[in-house]
Design a protein around this ligand. Structure first.
Ligand code: TXA
Ligand code: MG
Length: 381
């Protein structure tokens, strides 16, 4: 596959944005910034355009895409039905990093986009460039994260270029994205809000918006996928154990057995090329465990690095020490994580020991992504 990729920067102004929108309207694939990560957009009504997204990313075809709208009012053209609770969530969180899985209106989007499911995932991004681009394209825009499948999601235009140059029609550079991890994907079923993928909107925020009548439940699927590969425990069991832990640690969430799952969660994600493992527990014990693991890897002759909180960054001896942010500010670490994982590859690290961050608020999404990057591997602490 080779396509000449056009690049637009903020200096190109409206002309650049309109060219990018015209490319999407003509069936092309164009990467653009959102408040979470860069997306790779195409006309959601076109089978051929959607197919080009899967081809550019090397994405498995049974993993459906999120459809992005410029305006919440357009949701009724895509969804067959929207419940009052779903309307409330849209009113509170849109524009913003919340994706709702809704029953699809037959024929509203290409079958490629929903991967043949009877539901469609929809969100209205809170990024000026994204919303203006979608409005100018004049169509619903299907957009997964703009990375090659299996690579960390892009939080900078340069990440998109590294992964997709020559495979897509264009890239609108809007600078660094804000949240740094993807949107929260939810499905409302039986009056409960099921979190299929943790993300930029936290479980606590959902609980507050949903009110006392609704429960907010963490779907087993996502946590189970994160657990796969951890020492000797089957993915589902490890995931169930961790989900129960999460529910205990955080009264805002509960673990739902047999709950709806998101097709995407079964795939390996965000894996750096080196082997990564996570240490959790009391900060001082974590620090010691991370240093011990790094020392051992270096004795094996492997370049070894650390992902850690700012407070510990000065104390490690390693081939690379990448600080993600203050321990008490998971939002800062969430924004930094994907670039840090890419840096691990750029530095040629064969082993990466990472410190766990507290799981409150967006820390849940941060740790979900870190566990996926680590394939569920935990360091003894
Ligand atoms: O923040 C985001 O959500 C970014 C930006 C670009 O908007 N997009 C993104 O898309 O993360 P992607 O394709 O990387 O992840 C979409 C997730 C996948 O886990 C997929 O399985 C799930 O949403 N999904 C999409 N449609 C679904 C559906 N109908 N039912 C259940 N899960 C669905
Ligand atoms: Mg993705």
């Amino acid at each position: 596959m080779h396509t000449k990729t056009k690049y637009w920067t903020p200096a190109d102004g409206d002309a650049g944005l309109n060219e990018a929108a015209a490319a999407i309207a003509a069936g092309g694939v164009v990467a653009f910034p959102t408040e979470t990560v860069y997306g790779l957009g195409a006309d959601a009504r076109s089978e051929a355009a959607a197919e080009r997204i899967f081809a550019a990313k090397g994405r498995p075809s049974d993993n459906p895409l999120i459809v992005h709208l410029a305006d919440a009012a357009d949701v009724d053209a895509l969804a067959a039905e929207v419940s009052p609770l779903e309307r409330t969530l849209m009113a509170v969180f849109w524009p913003g990093p919340l994706t709702l899985v809704l029953p699809v209106r037959p024929g509203a989007v290409a079958a490629r986009v929903t991967a043949g499911l009877d539901t469609v995932a929809v969100r209205v991004p809170a990024h000026e460039i994204a919303r203006r681009l979608i409005a100018a394209a004049g169509c619903p825009v299907a957009a997964p994260s703009a990375n090659r499948s299996g690579r960390p999601s892009p939080t900078l235009a340069s990440h998109v270029r590294d992964d997709l140059d020559g495979r897509i029609d264009g890239l609108l550079d809007g600078g660094p994205t804000g949240v740094g991890v993807e949107s929260t994907v939810v499905r409302v079923l039986g009056g409960d809000v099921h979190i299929l993928r943790p993300g930029g909107v936290t479980a606590e925020q959902l609980r507050e918006a949903a009110g006392a009548a609704a429960r907010v439940l963490v779907s087993a699927g996502d946590v189970a996928a994160a657990g796969a590969g951890s020492t000797g425990i089957a993915g589902d069991e490890a995931g169930a154990a961790r989900a129960t832990d999460a529910a205990v640690a955080n009264p805002a969430v509960a673990f739902a057995a047999g709950a709806p799952r998101s097709p995407g969660v079964k795939y390996a994600h965000y894996a750096p090329r080196g082997v990564m493992a996570i240490a959790s527990g009391a900060p001082e014990a974590v620090r010691a465990a991370v240093q011990a693991a790094v020392d051992e890897a270096r004795r094996r002759g492997e370049p070894a690095g650390v992902l850690c909180c700012d407070e510990h960054a000065g104390s490690y001896r390693a081939d690379a020490v990448i600080a993600l942010g203050p321990r008490a500010e998971p939002a800062v670490a969430a924004q930094a994580l994907y670039a840090a994982l890419r840096e691990c590859d750029a530095r040629g690290l064969r082993f990466i020991a990472a410190e766990a961050f507290p799981e409150e608020g967006i820390g849940a999404a941060l740790m979900n992504r870190m566990r996926k990057a680590a394939g569920g591997r935990a360091l003894p602490v």
